[in-house]
Design a protein around this ligand. Structure first.
Ligand code: ZN
Length: 199
């Protein structure tokens, strides 16, 4: 399956590994070989020479997909999980939606189709953005965090509507909308270490 990010530069595309089950981006660069990088947050970035055919890149990643999936699985959990009641979930969804709606004017002008907001769980990601599906997912574990942290994660995900990867232009878009994002991120990570020690 191939997912293309509509807002990404034309030399970048998103894919999903069939065997490994993870998503990855492919960026064309002036490099000699295909390189696969698994980031700390579990995202996978592949860079490939301009001349390499797409199917060659896909089969290269598939060959290594089980190993990559293994590496992702072994990454330290970045979200402490606990059980959430359905009331907590619906209360959090309501709050998350309100936060997302409040930042949307920074991303869309005039009439626009409101992105769908959904909850996700799991230990590897705070949020997801699926530009093609007009969908943002926020981790239910965020309900244990203050509003400015939820707002930071939402802002990060919304910036993916503009830039699919974590390149300099992504951080440019984030920074101009939320100049103190580093502080918020540090506080999110700080909470996480405290929680990680508890378990
Ligand atoms: Zn991101």
């Amino acid at each position: 399956m191939t997912i293309r990010f509509p807002s990404a530069p034309s030399d970048m595309a998103g894919y999903k590994s069939e065997r490994g089950g993870f998503e990855y981006t492919v960026t064309r660069k002036s490099v000699k070989n295909i390189n696969i990088r698994v980031r700390e947050d579990g995202s996978v970035a592949v860079s490939a020479p301009y001349s390499t055919p797409e199917r060659r890149i896909i089969s290269f990643v598939e060959e290594k997909s089980l190993k990559i999936a293994e590496i992702i699985k072994k990454l330290p959990p970045c979200v402490p999980s606990r059980a959430y009641s359905s009331e907590e979930k619906s209360r959090f969804l309501e709050k998350a939606e309100a936060i997302c709606r409040s930042i949307e004017p920074m991303f869309f002008e005039g009439e626009y189709k409101k992105p769908r907001i959904e909850l996700c769980s799991g230990k590897s990601r705070w949020g997801y953005c699926f530009p093609k599906k007009n969908l943002v997912r926020l981790n239910i574990s965020l309900c244990d965090h203050p509003d400015e942290i939820i707002e930071y994660v939402a802002m990060h995900e919304y910036c993916h509507f503009l830039v699919a990867n974590h390149s300099a232009s992504f951080y440019y878009e984030l920074e101009r909308r939320m100049p103190d994002w580093r502080k918020r991120k540090a506080s999110l990570n700080g909470n996480l270490h405290k929680n990680a020690q508890k378990t």
